[in-house]
Design a binder for this molecule. Structure first.
Ligand SMILES: Cc1cc2nc3c(=O)[nH]c(=O)nc-3n(C[C@H](O)[C@H](O)[C@H](O)COP(=O)(O)OP(=O)(O)OC[C@H]3O[C@@H](n4cnc5c(N)ncnc54)[C@H](O)[C@@H]3O)c2cc1C
Length: 539
């Protein structure tokens, strides 16, 4: 294809859900927007496919408490563009040790969850309900604090107004706890502790380290309030709805367009070029829904990036590699714990002590003998995923940090099957087809999933908030004028919530406001200049 040149207000690089949100928000403001996506379809890690005839598989993301809680996605009114959420009869189940004969279950109704916890440890039910009441009081300001750029102001002020300084201080301490300790402080029995710890393991934060407690608490409470829903028909329906929404606002979406270069002149972004020969001149902004190493290391000219940022990136950490296994099953899963049958999501393979041991394996280069996994009964959650009476199942677990080779992945996949067979004898007999996604498969399909990472970079404290993706402002702005990082690599990080794309679009729009825009631009660039001024110690 020959070179095509035209000019637009904004280019969005990458059509993951964040890129689609950014395109919609910019187009809503009347900007002329073009989104360029490398692969043959939009969605990035929000895509599904029929891997076995009649069985829809979510290729990456599957359960979406963050999406339904996100004010950003809600404001886009995706139901008007075809999105429907499906819920399993119960939110999640975690089979209890030693052999999964029983499971702790999070039901849609908190009272029912509490009753289950009380059966195991009297008093834990009330502890769960207390936690839910506390969540009701603080969830709005907490989410507003989390889902905004730095420094968050309205969220914390609202929180203080609602609960006062003394309680806010105690909440801050509570959120600083490792999930192991948080569980011990709240519950006597293993069930409540597992509801928190299993949820904490959706990120790669060690269970003995903060903020694993905050992460487990957030997901558990979101699950109790909203469930763990999944888009009816497959997660790809969420991406389709977002693409329809962006297109309805006027954004142009071009697939099969891998961006290979972003031009910068006089410190500002001026053009974007794709491998297929499309060149777009940019009047106002580029939003990059790409990984941090790709943006700063590959797409920008090296001299457009401050040397200090290049050095910071050497310390950038991906999250632990993912191994994903998908099954088409000719019947329901024969869990030993029958109460697990109705759950959409399961946490399988370890109790709290087991999670600590599993994490130690991951941090010390050992392929876990007994992997802990997140497991999805997708047809239980959404009957449209496979023929009646069958199950489309999905699981992922992690390889040790830095271990991504095929042999280790295949060994781990066998161990996943063994853990499932132990929890559901006869599981293997129900398998019609099995598809393994190794870390290399994930990265080949979507370069943002570097080394099989799920969250665009580790969610550990040293790479969150103002440290995400490198020490900075905790905002979407970059040292290049008019260029905004709008992927999960930016604050607030991984998960399907749309916030990274929204913050990037809002930052771009803010810098083009008639009166406040130039002032905002000057303040941001002065702050960034200070941050990335070459450090004397490194010379
Ligand atoms: C296995 C797995 C399971 C997960 N499970 C869940 C879950 O259940 N719930 C949840 O909330 N989250 C989950 N996540 C996390 C969540 O899916 C991601 O954090 C989120 O989708 C990231 O969105 P994004 O827009 O930042 O990037 P992506 O979704 O990765 O999209 C980036 C897009 O940019 C494109 N791109 C990259 N470089 C270029 C380029 N140079 N030119 C053009 N296009 C480019 C890519 O092709 C891709 O389409 C999961 C992730 C994985 C991998």
């Amino acid at each position: 294809m020959g070179s095509t040149v035209r000019t637009v207000d904004a280019v969005v690089v990458g059509g993951g859900h964040h890129g689609l949100v950014a395109a919609a928000v910019l187009a809503d403001a009347g900007w002329d927007v073009c989104l360029l996506e490398a692969s043959d379809g939009v969605g990035g890690a929000v895509r599904s496919a029929e891997l076995h005839p009649g069985f829809v598989t979510d290729l990456y993301s599957a359960f979406h408490p963050l999406a339904v809680a996100s004010p950003i996605l809600r404001a886009l009114e995706l139901d008007r563009h075809g999105l429907r959420w499906a819920h399993a009869p119960s939110v999640l189940a975690h089979p209890l040790p030693p052999d999964g004969q029983r499971a702790v279950v999070m039901h849609r109704d908190p009272e029912k969850t509490a009753a289950g916890l009380d059966e195991e440890a009297p008093g834990d039910g009330e502890a769960w309900l207390r936690l839910c009441r506390q969540w009701d009081a603080v969830s709005e300001p907490v989410l507003r604090t989390l889902f905004t750029s730095f420094p968050p102001v309205r969220g914390p002020v609202d929180l203080l107004r609602r609960i006062g300084t003394a309680d806010a201080l105690r909440l801050a301490r509570f959120l600083a706890l490792p999930v192991t300790r948080m569980g011990e402080e709240l519950f006597h029995g293993e069930g409540g502790r597992l509801l928190l710890a299993g949820n904490a393991m959706h990120a790669d934060i060690p269970p003995l380290a903060p903020p694993s407690g905050a992460f487990g608490w957030l997901l558990a409470m979101l699950g109790q309030e909203h469930g763990f829903p999944t888009p009816a028909g497959g997660v790809g329906e969420l991406a389709v709805a977002l693409a329809r929404r962006a297109a309805a606002a006027g954004a142009e979406i071009c697939t099969g367009q891998r961006v290979e270069r972003i031009d910068v002149r006089g410190g500002r972004v001026v053009a974007v070029h794709t491998a297929a020969g499309l060149s777009l001149k940019v009047r106002r902004a580029v939003v990059a829904d790409v990984s941090a190493p790709a943006l700063y290391g590959d797409l920008l000219p090296p001299d457009a990036v401050p040397p200090r940022l290049h050095r910071d990136l050497e310390r950038f950490e991906w999250d632990t590699p993912v191994l994903k296994v998908n099954w088409a099953l000719d019947g329901l899963i024969p869990w030993r714990a029958t109460e697990a049958t109705g759950a959409g999501t399961l946490h399988v393979g370890a109790d709290v002590a087991g999670l600590v041991r599993w994490d130690t394996d991951l941090e010390t280069g050992v392929v876990p003998e007994r992997p802990f996994m997140l497991f999805g009964q997708m047809s239980t959650a959404d009957p449209a995923r496979s023929p009646a009476g069958t199950e489309s199942a999905w699981a992922y677990t992690h390889l040790p940090r830095g271990v991504t080779d095929a042999a280790s992945a295949d060994l781990l996949a066998e161990r996943v099957d063994a853990v499932l067979e132990a929890h559901a004898p006869g599981f293997g007999d129900r398998v019609l087809a099995r598809f393994v996604q190794r870390p290399s498969d994930l990265q080949d399909a979507d370069p943002n999933l570097g080394g099989g990472a799920v969250n665009g970079g580790t969610a550990q404290l040293f790479q969150q908030f103002v440290f995400r993706p490198v020490p900075g402002l905790g905002r979407a702005e970059t040292p290049v004028g008019g260029l905004y990082l709008g992927s999960a690599a930016a604050h607030p990080g991984g998960g399907v919530h749309g916030v990274c794309g929204w913050l990037a679009a809002r930052a771009a729009l803010g810098e083009h406001r008639r009166l406040a825009g130039p002032v905002r631009r000057r303040i941001t660039s002065a702050a960034l200049e200070l941050l990335y001024r070459d450090d004397r110690s490194a010379r």
